[in-house]
Structure formats: structure tokens, C-alpha cells
Design a protein around this ligand. Structure first.
Ligand code: 5AD
Ligand code: SF4
Length: 466
């Protein structure tokens, strides 16, 4: 495992690609060639892929959904749980097969898995057909690595350089909603989590640069932006400027983009001022993803989460009281090493009290190099699976119960696109982040429309334009 070194954060304000574009005429080099880009993992990876895609397009590539057609395959990987590893290597197997008949195919792998030393070694020793390995800190070097590719494996990953890049260009997935990175990395070092190692320590972007980006997105007609970071509530704590997430949230709201969201929150850094701002500004959406991880004080302590069950609940209830109609979702890990039946019951108790709008639930997965992975575990996988199952039944019941409250209500829904299942429907999200399938034609795509909710399921609502 590469440990982050503690170099001072440097700010680069020039986009290196701009130089390449001018000097090397990127667009001509791969004109007519195709790229296949696959993204695993969290929103941060999804947004990083928008940067990767921009570089591929600057190089002249066009996208394809058909792997066999591709001249370059780029995998943007996730390391948060072990199963991601198997998926990626399974996929690489397909690339290897294609490359037998098409040796000019470029295979590139980046993202969080590439940052793991064991993975880099595995690729080096067992997967020589992989041409390029890049990391989370040097996505901007990908175009150069592609231009220089001679099919000799090039592993170019650094543990932590500490840069904050500005003026990055993205080829965004949507013209309606956009991600805005406000910070990189994480300083929390929860004992189960690999993120501080794969993405380095927390580096916040300067507030004026973030606001400039939001202003541009507003001018381009974006309806919604999501402020993105591993722990957005800690925004600014690493900067010398006297700014925090509340300042950023308020300044962003004043720009006047119709919808503002943010992920992910950490209860430890959530202040009353932030809650008051969410309640005050109608364009800050009443939706908060507030990871619990465990409802047991023993386990929370072992996880290094820095709050007790009681403190979490106090914050949760404050949010519910102060923000009208707020929806709260969460992340929960079951089967942390030596989690007892009582620990698990404590988690169920909190889930029963919070009645979450939704919950992402996971079985604990040991990640090499993290403190928790060194703990000897006495709980069997079967037991963990049974706990996950019980928890899922409970959280799904509450999702449905919450969703049913929407029936006969009129909700503002931002329509994002045509429904894949039914051509007579479009889909979008309520202010509280509920997915709604709406009977309507595609003229409403990109608009916020009032929708009468007619039916509710655990994971979505149905509605008609009101
Ligand atoms: N095992 C299982 N789940 C994990 N998460 C993070 N690390 C692990 C791990 N080692 C979960 C947490 C986090 C979400 C993004 O993934 O719940 O909030
Ligand atoms: Fe991982 Fe904890 Fe940081 Fe979230 S807050 S990214 S769980 S270390």
C-alpha cells in the first residue's frame, strides 16, 4: 500500500492539456478512432471520467459502447470493496482476448485500484497486455501517456503529490446536471476505508475558483449542480482562507442556479449553520446523505468515526426538525470485525428510529493497508450475510413507507431524460432526490415541472404532469 506523503499542496492553474493541444495537434492524431470508457464506483469516479473523456475527445477519439470496436479501452476503477477487484480483472480478461487479434488496441487502467501497490504489481506480473496504468493524482498525464504509447507497459502512479488542479475541462455526461469538485482526498481515516490512501489527504479548492465554475455552469443553462467531495462538510479546513462549507454553500446559493446538492456529508463536521442555510435557501435541496456506518458505539469507536450513536441521532433529529420536508439517506456497514449480535441490534435500532428515505448497505470488506484489516475477525460470512439481509428488509420497508407519503402530492421534478423501459415516459428527481417516472413526452426534458405523484415503490415514484 502506498502511504500518502505529506508534501505541501501545490496549485497548478494551467491546464497541461491546453499546451499539448497547441503543440501536438491532439485532434488529428487519433481521428476516426474509437474509445470505450468504463467507470466503476462513486460519484468522484464518475466525475473523473468526465475529465478522462474530455482528454480522449481532444485526442480525436469518438466514443463507442461496443468493446470490440474500440481502439482504446479506459477503465476507471474503484477500490472501496474487494468485489470491485474481481469485476475489473474479469473485464481485463475480455480485453486480453480482443487484443490477441487486435494488438494495436490500447488498454489503460486508472482510478483508485491503480493506486494500490498490490494491484500495480499484479498488473505488472500477470497482465502485460495492459499498456497504461495511471493514478488518481495524474489523470492529466493520460493524454501524454496515450500519445507516447508503444505497447510496452507504462505504470505511472504516484502515491500522493498533493496538487489541486484548476481550469480542468470536462466532457460532462449531462447538459442538465453537473458535478462540481470542491475538494480532493479525505483526512478522516476511518479505520475500514481505503480512500485516504488512494486519494490522498484533503485538499480544498479555492472558493473563488469553485464559484467561477458554478457561475459558468449557470450561464451554460445547467439546472442543478452537486458539490462533490469525500467529506464536504470539512471543506476549507485545510485552507488558510477563512472559509468553511457554510460559506461556500451560501455563496453558491446566491449565484442562483435552480438546484444545489452536495455529497458526501460526515456527521462530525456538520454544523448548525449549515443546517440553517439548507433550510433558508430554496435552491439548496432538502436532501442529505448522512452516513451512519454503524449504530453501535463500540463499533463506531473501532471504525474511528468520531461520533456516538447519541450524537448522530441528535444531529439527525435537528436536521429533520429544522429543514422542512427533508429526506435523509445513509450508508451502513454490517459485519465490521467482531461485530456482536448486540452491536448489530443497535444498528437496527437506529435504522428504526431514523426511518431513512434510503440506505446503501454493505458487508464489511477488508482493505489491505487499512487498520481494520489487521483485526482478527470471529464473525462468519454467513452470519454477516444474514445481518445484511435483515437490515435490507428493514430499510426497504421504510423507503416504501416514506415514498407512499408522496402519493397525491404535487412535487417539483427536474426531468433528466427518457425512461429506458417505457418510451412514453420520462424520468427525473424531486427536490428530495426521489426518482420519478413521469408520463410525458420528451419536450419536458431539462425542465423543472410540477408532477402529481400517483404511485410509490421502494425505489421510485410514478407521476403525471400536473
Ligand atoms: N467495506 C465495506 N463498505 C465500505 N465502505 C467504505 N469502505 C468499506 C469497506 N472496507 C462503504 C461506507 C462508505 C461507502 C461509500 O462505502 O459505507 O460510506
Ligand atoms: Fe472513507 Fe471515512 Fe473519509 Fe468517508 S470519511 S472517505 S468513510 S475515511
Amino acid at each position: 500500500m502506498n502511504m500518502p506523503n505529506m508534501q505541501e499542496a501545490k496549485i497548478r492553474t494551467k491546464n497541461p492539456v491546453k499546451h499539448i493541444e497547441q503543440d501536438l495537434k491532439l485532434e488529428e492524431k487519433f481521428k476516426g478512432k474509437k474509445y470505450f470508457l468504463r467507470t466503476y464506483g462513486c460519484q468522484m469516479n464518475v466525475h473523473d471520467s468526465e475529465e478522462i473523456r474530455r482528454y480522449l475527445e481532444l485526442l480525436g477519439f469518438e466514443g463507442t459502447e461496443v468493446l470490440e470496436e474500440a481502439d482504446i479501452v479506459v477503465l476507471n476503477t474503484c477500490a472501496i470493496r474487494e468485489n470491485a477487484h474481481d469485476k475489473v480483472f474479469g473485464f481485463l480478461g475480455r480485453c486480453k482476448h480482443i487484443k490477441r487479434d487486435k494488438p494495436e488496441l490500447i488498454v489503460a487502467i486508472g482510478g483508485c485500484m491503480s493506486q494500490e501497490e498490490s494491484v500495480a504489481n499484479e498488473i505488472k506480473n500477470k497482465h502485460p497486455y495492459v499498456d497504461i496504468v495511471f493514478g488518481t493524482h495524474n489523470i492529466n498525464e493520460l493524454p501524454k501517456m496515450i500519445l507516447e504509447c508503444n505497447h510496452k507497459q507504462n505504470i505511472n502512479v504516484y502515491s500522493y503529490e498533493g496538487n489541486v488542479y484548476e481550469n480542468i475541462e470536462y466532457s460532462r455526461d449531462s447538459k442538465i446536471t453537473a458535478w462540481v469538485n470542491i475538494m480532493y482526498g479525505c483526512d478522516k481515516f476511518c479505520t475500514y476505508c481505503i480512500v485516504p490512501y488512494t486519494r490522498g489527504k484533503q485538499r480544498s479548492r479555492k472558493i473563488d475558483k469553485i464559484l467561477e465554475e458554478v457561475q459558468t455552469l449557470k450561464e451554460e443553462g445547467y439546472q442543478e449542480i452537486t458539490l462533490l467531495g469525500q467529506n464536504v462538510n470539512a471543506y476549507g479546513k485545510d485552507l488558510e482562507d477563512n472559509v468553511d462549507f457554510a460559506t461556500l454553500l451560501e455563496e453558491t446559493a446566491k449565484i442562483g442556479i435552480p438546484r444545489i446538492r452536495f455529497v458526501t456529508s460526515h456527521p462530525w463536521d456538520f454544523t448548525d449553520e449549515m443546517i440553517d442555510l439548507i433550510a433558508k435557501y430554496p435552491n439548496i435541496m432538502p436532501y442529505i446523505h448522512l452516513p451512519l456506518q454503524s449504530g453501535s458505539n463500540n463499533i463506531l469507536k473501532l471504525m474511528g468515526r468520531r461520533y456516538t450513536k447519541e450524537e448522530y441521532l441528535e444531529l439527525f433529529h435537528k436536521i429533520k426538525e429544522k429543514i422542512p420536508n427533508v429526506a435523509v439517506t445513509t450508508d451502513i456497514i454490517v459485519g465490521f470485525p467482531n461485530e456482536s449480535e448486540q452491536d448489530f441490534l443497535d444498528t437496527l435500532e437506529v435504522a428504526n428510529e431514523c426511518k431513512y428515505d434510503g440506505a446503501f448497505t454493505f458487508i464489511y470488506s477488508p482493505r489491505e493497508g487499512t487498520p481494520a484489516s489487521k483485526i482478527k475477525d470471529s464473525v462468519s460470512l454467513k452470519e454477516k450475510e444474514e445481518r445484511l439481509q435483515k437490515l435490507n428488509v428493514l430499510v426497504n420497508e421504510y423507503s416504501l413507507e416514506n415514498n407512499k407519503k408522496y402519493i397525491n402530492r404535487v412535487e417539483n421534478v427536474l426531468i433528466l431524460g427518457e425512461s429506458e423501459k417505457d418510451k412514453n415516459k420520462v424520468y427525473g428527481y424531486t427536490e428530495t432526490m426521489k426518482l420519478v417516472n413521469v408520463k410525458a413526452d420528451n419536450s419536458v426534458i431539462g425542465k423543472i415541472v410540477p408532477v402529481l405523484i400517483t404511485d410509490a415503490k421502494s425505489f421510485s415514484l410514478d407521476g403525471i404532469i400536473n
